[in-house]
Design a protein around this ligand. Structure first.
Ligand SMILES: [Zn+2]
Length: 235
C-alpha cells in the first residue's frame, strides 16, 4: 500500500510539474504533450519516467542539452514521499483522499508562488470549493468549520494584508483554501507557524547576505508548510 502510493505520488508529481510550469504562463495543462521548452522536442515515453529519466539524462535535454530544473525531480520526490506517508498511516479512505488532495494543492500552490511570486486564482478558488465540497459530504471537517475557515481565516489575513501591504490577495485566497480544508483555528495556527518560519528564514537570509531583499519573500511556501504542520497538530 505504501509503495503503491509512493509510485502514484511519483507519477502525479510529474503531472504537478506540468501544472507548476504551465498555469502561471496561462497555458493549457492538457495540450500540447510534454516537451522541452527550449528546442520543442516532444518527450518520449522513457523521458517521462519520474526522477529516473532526470538522473539518466544527467539533468539535461537529450536534444539541445538545456539544463532541466532540479524542481522536476524534487517535486516528484516530495509528492511520492507525501503520498507514501499518508498511505502508511492507516487512515480511512475519505480522510486519506482529503489529505492527499489537500497536500497536492499545497505542493502545487507553494511551488508556483516560490517560482513566480503569485498564487493563481485557477488553483486557489477551485481548491477552496473542493475543500468545502469535501466537508459537505462529510469527508473532512464539519461544514460549519469549513465555511468559518474560509471566512474567518481568509478575512483575518485580508485585514493583515490591508494593514501591512506585505502580502497580496493571492495569499488571502490561499488561506481561505486552507481554512476550507482544516477549519478556522487550525488555519490560524498555520498562519502563525508560517509567520514564524518566514521571520526566521528572513533573519537568516539577512544574516548571511548582510543585506535586505529588494523583492519580498513569497509567503505561499511558508503557508503551505504551516498548513501541513497545522493539519497534523490540530486535526
Ligand atoms: Zn531541448
Amino acid at each position: 500500500m505504501t509503495w503503491l502510493f509512493f509510485a502514484i505520488g511519483l507519477v502525479l508529481g510529474s503531472f504537478f510539474n506540468v501544472v507548476i510550469w504551465r498555469i502561471p504562463r496561462g497555458e493549457s495543462i492538457v495540450f500540447p504533450a510534454s516537451h522541452c521548452p527550449d528546442c520543442g522536442h516532444t518527450l518520449s515515453a522513457w523521458e517521462l519516467i519520474p526522477v529516473v529519466s532526470y538522473l539518466i539524462q544527467k539533468g539535461k535535454c537529450i536534444h539541445c542539452s538545456r539544463r532541466i530544473s532540479w524542481q522536476y525531480p524534487v517535486v516528484e520526490l516530495i509528492a511520492a514521499i507525501g503520498f507514501a506517508y499518508y498511505a502508511s498511516r492507516g487512515l480511512t479512505w475519505p480522510t486519506l483522499v482529503t489529505k492527499l488532495v489537500f497536500f497536492s494543492l499545497l505542493l502545487v500552490a507553494g511551488a508556483i508562488d516560490l517560482k513566480h511570486r503569485k498564487l493563481p486564482n485557477v488553483i486557489t478558488i477551485p481548491g477552496m470549493v473542493i475543500g468545502i465540497v469535501l466537508a459537505l459530504i462529510g469527508w473532512s471537517v464539519p461544514i460549519s468549520a469549513s465555511l468559518l475557515g474560509v471566512t474567518i481565516s481568509g478575512g483575518l489575513l485580508m485585514v493583515i494584508v490591508l494593514i501591512t501591504k506585505g502580502m497580496g490577495m493571492g495569499d488571502v485566497k490561499f488561506v481561505g483554501l486552507i481554512g476550507a480544508f482544516i477549519g478556522p483555528w487550525p488555519a490560524l495556527g498555520s498562519i502563525f507557524i508560517a509567520s514564524l518560519m518566514g521571520a526566521v528564514s528572513g533573519s537568516i537570509y539577512l544574516f548571511i547576505t548582510k543585506q535586505g531583499r529588494k523583492t519580498p519573500i513569497p509567503f505561499g511556501p511558508f503557508l503551505a508548510l504551516g498548513a501541513l504542520i497545522g493539519s497534523e497538530f490540530f486535526l
